[in-house]
Every structure is written in C-alpha cells, then in structure tokens.
Design a protein around this ligand. Sequence first.
Ligand SMILES: Nc1ncnc2c1ncn2[C@@H]1O[C@H](COP(=O)(O)OP(=O)(O)O)[C@@H](O)[C@H]1O
Ligand SMILES: [Mg+2]
Length: 457
Amino acid sequence: MDSILDKIKTVEDVEGSLRKKFSLTLNPFPKSGIANISDTDAVVGELVPTSNEITEKIIRYMQDALSNSGQGSENKYLSLIIRGDYGMGKTQTLMFIKYLFGQLSNEKFKPYVVYIDNPGVKLSELIGNILSQIGIENFRRYLWDIFRQYLEQEDKENDNRLRKDIFLESINNLKTTNTPTLFPIDEAESTTDIPLTWDQVSISYKYLLDRMLNGLHSPEQKVAIQIFKNYLVKCFAERYEISSIAEYFYDIVTDNTSVTKTWDQLITGNIKNIDKREVYLLKAIVDITKQYLGATDFIILADEFEEIAIGRLKDADLDNYLRNLRSLIDKEKNWCAVFAMNLDAHRKIEKMSPPLASRMGDRIIDLKPLDKQSCIAMIQHYLAIARVEANTPLSLYPFEESAIVSLLNTKEQKLQGSPRFIIQSCYLLLQRAAEELNKGQTIDQAFVMKYLSEKLK
Ligand SMILES: Nc1ncnc2c1ncn2[C@@H]1O[C@H](COP(=O)(O)OP(=O)(O)O)[C@@H](O)[C@H]1O
Ligand SMILES: [Mg+2]
C-alpha cells in the first residue's frame, strides 16, 4: 500500500526533476492537448503557425482587414475561415491571430478583438457574448451620449425648437414659482451663485434626474420621471427601430432595479423580438469600441462554429441562425471576422446557404496533419516556453528526432499528424521522463513505444 502511495507521490517533485534533469521550468505541454485560451501573450506568441504557408495567409488577411484603418470606412468587412478537424490547431491559430492584432496596437492601428469560444445557438447569443466583453458601463455611457446628442437636435414637430429646450420646459412647468432655476446649485456646495449649466448637469442620467427632481413634490416627481422616460424611449426607438430594444436600453441607461436582469437577457441573447435585429446591437458595439476605447478596427474571432453547423441545432434553427448572420454581414460591414470550423461544418453551410458561405469564406486556411518538419517545429516552440535559460536556440531536447518520427506513425489514421495527439503524448512522455530518466538521457523511440505502443505502429 505504502509503496503505491509513494509512487503516486513522486509526482510532487516532477517540476524539480524537470529542472534538474532537463533544465526545464515545467512541463509546457497542455495535458489535455487542447489550446489553453487563458495562456499569456508570451506563450501564445511563441506558438507560431506550423507552416510558412499558414503564416503567410494570416499576414495577408490581417493586412487586408486593416487596410482601411483609421479612414472611417464603413465597408471593410473581410472574413477568414480556419478550417480543420478536431485537434488540428484551430483554437491555437485563432489565439495567435488575436495575439498578433494585439501586438500591432499603435497610433495607426488599434484593433479591438473579441474571441468567442462558442457561437451559441442563436445569433443573439453570439452578439450578447461580445456585449458582455464590452461591459455594461461602456454601454451605458454610449446610450447616454446618444440621448444627449438627440436632445441637441431640432424637433420638426415643434417649430424646429431644440428638443432640449422643450424637454426642460416641460420639466420646469412642474415646478412652483419659488424654484427659480431648473438647475439651482446646492446651497451646501455653493461657492458662487451661478446656476449649473446643462453640460454640468447632463453628465449622467442619475445626476440629471436628481437635479430635475430637486424641489419637486412627490406627485410631480413621478410625472417628471415619466416625461424623462418618454424622451429616452423615443430617442432609442427612433434609432433602433423596435420599441422592445428601446425599453431594454432605457433600463440600462437608468440603471434601475431590473437592470441586472435586462443586462443578463442581453448578454445571454435571451431577449424577445431581437431576431434579425442583432445588427443594431452590433452597430452599437462597434461604435462603442471606436468612440470610447479608441479602436480603429473591430474583429470577431468565432471558434467552434461546427457546434451550430453540425451540432445541436435542428435544421430550421440552423437555417434561422445562418439567415440572421447573412443579414448581419450585409447590413453592417464595419467589422471583420474569423470563423473556425471543421470541413463538414463548412460543407453544410455551403449547402444550406451558398451566399453566406461565400461571405464567410473570403479567405480560407486549411490546417493539415503535421509532417515531420512541422511537428518538430511545434514541439520545439512549446519546449522553448519552459527552458530555464531564456534565448537558448530552438531544440528538441530532451526529445530525440526518432521519438517524433514514431509519434507520427499512428495506428489510427485519424491521429496521424494530429497536433492534439502529439501534444498530449509529449505531455505524458515528459512526465514519465522526469520520473524515470537520468540527467543526460533522452526520450527516444524505445521510450515512446514503452508508453504509447497501443496507439503507435
Ligand atoms: N502552431 C502551433 N504551435 C504549437 N502548438 C500548437 C499549434 N497548433 C496547435 N497546437 C497544439 O495542438 C493542440 C490542439 O490544438 P487546438 O487549437 O486545441 O485544436 P482545435 O481547436 O482544432 O481542436 C493544442 O494543445 C495546441 O496547443
Ligand atoms: Mg478548439
């Protein structure tokens, strides 16, 4: 019994052994053989694509996606599909693209990139997912600014008077004569007697409301809140065309008690009547990133697209999703997208909606099984992450080339050259090597066969 436990416990010191025996700080390979989406830039940047052809295509795509940078072009949509079977490196490739966009950020380019690990079952879920990354505060600020601009415009139905003036007048009419100005200064705070200006009081919904309610009795306060609501809802309804969206936006701006629920509904895509209207949300999102976050470009990286194309959806729901996505791309072109999926999913989309397939696949990168050269490169880059001494030249040590050759010789055709299988195997082999090998020994073909003979020829 104790000897079993002792054996299990040797794992405690794997890292110590890795360091002593192979000058590695840790086992850099992910145990699961799945790209880790929370890896740091330092790691992601090291894991370059496995072929020059792929790198070249990524460079071209990024150049063309960014080519209108900063010129305010509204027509820059460009789409790329990363195509490959399960475990071929789609997620890792998306992460690398995200990393590159991030590295590019300078005065000319400031791309805002969202990575979505699951496209959801409705398009509104995908959009909601993006919204959640933008954050409620930015969204609120954006909606409030829209309202302020709306008030600065002339009202055609009212002798072209400024909406702001009409709005303030209707609030003022609720006041009794002994409340002299609409925005009196608080006596406690006051240092001068100059009433507050519109710019000062309109910094947020809350603040403006406080000022307007100041000096009103409770029944008039209710009326004032209602007037305010009518203005806000009308503003949003004019801009976003449907009243239900306007009501959601009202909840968000006013931060009332139902706002968490509203925000939840928006970011989970569970909001009513949004079907085919996702474009308004996307427009808002793109605007926010440009106005408040200084972005020049907006890029969506959508992973696991086969989940919807050949996954859980019934054909009718899939049809609906694809239709909405197509109209989204047609109506809003101020963004770029990269979709990752397998070949079957792409075929299915081509079959169900050729126009959408062509919009999604302006460019295609096919991830193919690794050959010896690309496999060696991939393993070398992973090992580089863990070298005790930084800047050592790329090397396979402690793996021998013969070990790599056997890893590429699988019994199952499906696993042949699969990055996932190779990475998983490398993790296992390195763990075993830390326990068993002595300093100076290496992972060779015999060592590989000792642990993986079931899978390898
Ligand atoms: N270019 C690369 N460099 C290093 N490792 C890679 C590379 N491409 C894929 N991998 C590794 O292969 C494994 C499978 O990749 P992943 O992106 O998860 O596949 P997919 O998303 O296609 O299922 C992951 O462990 C990942 O880190
Ligand atoms: Mg993946």
